[in-house]
Design a protein around this ligand. Structure first.
Ligand code: OSB
Ligand code: MG
Length: 369
């Protein structure tokens, strides 16, 4: 894959609505669109998913830029690669910084698929032509407001509703939601807001018929989660704790979870994401694709990944229009009857809306080789 040029487009976008989690509220997004180009003018795209603050993981927009410019771009371009899977090995000398790694690895995958004129889904070995879609709803100011939001998303066809929870906003609003929507596929995500001392409290979740509880305990824990899973019936899903194939292997070995949320950025790229997917399939562990409130390029990568066969739980890939006045891809991501049709065009299968991208661009750096 002869990469001749890499462009870092730094964008600033504002979400239509603030998104509240147990760790804080997100509304302004800064992100990099990484563009890789070959001599024939094929262009691959990746998107960085770290937030401006290190609340979800330790990475930020600034550390992403530092890693890309000072380490990852030089490593990627020092000698040629034949296949995108080699990027992960090449980057292995850099500890962690998974979101920075994934942003450029994704751009290499897209370029690879475009050069072969196949879809990214096909390049990854995807088999699902349509994928089921759920939505993650932030913490609402009131329970009534939450009920309205859930109703709206169920009416729109979303197949799984994930509710963010935190101490003080959990059992009571959830009980109301369950009472109002007895048949809805509901799950919750705590983003590490609890400890084992909350065991008795968390056990009350077992009466709510939840699909799973995502990351209740420490962001870097798998031991306490195993103890909690022993004590509660609701399946535990790990998000923050799984930053690699090895993390997934150990968590499953320990019985820390029954479900894994796979995020491409969190695990360092598509190659690692697929490895985790394959391993979980072997072990009978369900997986689904999480989201990072990405713009269209990042969502397109999530959609391609989700086409792999063991993504059996609806992912967090809701429609662009719920987040953005204007997205940077065309067509934007749309959801019909809770499903997205996996694009069949080359690479990510969505075109970049260059005009929109330019509108949101606050900085641009070009590297030529
Ligand atoms: O924990 O999955 C999470 C958003 C920001 C940070 C962490 C998480 C989330 C979401 C939103 O749940 C998922 C999405 O719609 O992109
Ligand atoms: Mg989560």
């Amino acid at each position: 894959i002869p990469i001749q040029k890499i462009t870092l487009h730094k964008l600033r976008m504002r979400m239509k609505n603030p998104f509240q989690t147990s760790f804080g509220t997100l509304q302004n997004k800064e992100l990099f669109i990484i563009e890789t180009e070959d001599a024939e003018g094929n262009r691959g795209y990746g998107e960085s998913v770290a937030f401006t603050e290190p609340w979800y993981t330790e990475e930020t927009v600034a550390t992403t830029e530092h890693m890309l410019i000072d380490f990852l771009i030089p490593l990627l371009t020092e000698k040629p690669i034949d296949h995108p899977r080699e990027v992960t090995e090449r980057f292995a000398v850099i500890r962690r910084n998974n979101m920075a790694k994934a942003s450029i690895e994704g751009a290499v995958w897209d370029l690879y698929a475009k050069r072969k004129n196949i879809s990214l889904s096909e390049a990854l070995g995807g088999s699902q032509e349509t994928i089921d879609v759920g939505i993650s709803l932030g913490i609402a100011p009131t329970t009534d407001e939450l009920l309205d939001r859930v109703q709206e998303k169920l009416d729109a066809g979303y197949k799984r509703i994930k509710l963010k929870i935190k101490p003080g906003f959990d059992i009571d609003p959830l009980t109301e939601v369950r009472r109002e929507f007895p048949d809805a596929q509901l799950m919750v995500d705590a983003n590490s807001a609890y400890t084992l001392e909350d065991m008795a409290h968390l056990k009350q979740l077992d009466t709510l018929d939840l699909m799973m509880i995502e990351q209740p305990l420490g962001h870097d824990d798998i031991v306490d989660h195993a103890m909690l899973q022993q004590a509660i019936e609701t399946p535990i899903c790990l998000d923050e704790s799984i930053n690699s194939f090895e993390d997934a292997r150990k968590a499953i070995e320990l019985g820390s979870c029954q479900v894994v949320n796979i995020k491409i950025g969190r695990v360092g790229g598509l190659t690692e994401a697929k490895r985790i997917h394959d391993y979980c399939a072997e072990k009978g562990i369900a997986v689904w694709c999480g989201g990072m409130l990405e713009a269209g390029v990042g969502r397109a990568h999530n959609i391609a990944l989700t086409s792999l066969p063991n993504f059996t739980v609806p992912g967090d890939t809701a429609a662009s229009a719920l987040y953005w006045e204007q997205d940077i891809i065309t067509p934007e991501v749309t959801v019909q009857n809770g499903e997205i049709t996996v694009p069949t065009g080359a690479g990510i299968g969505f075109d970049i809306d260059y005009e929109a991208m330019e509108k949101f661009t606050i900085d641009q750096k070009v590297f030529e080789f």
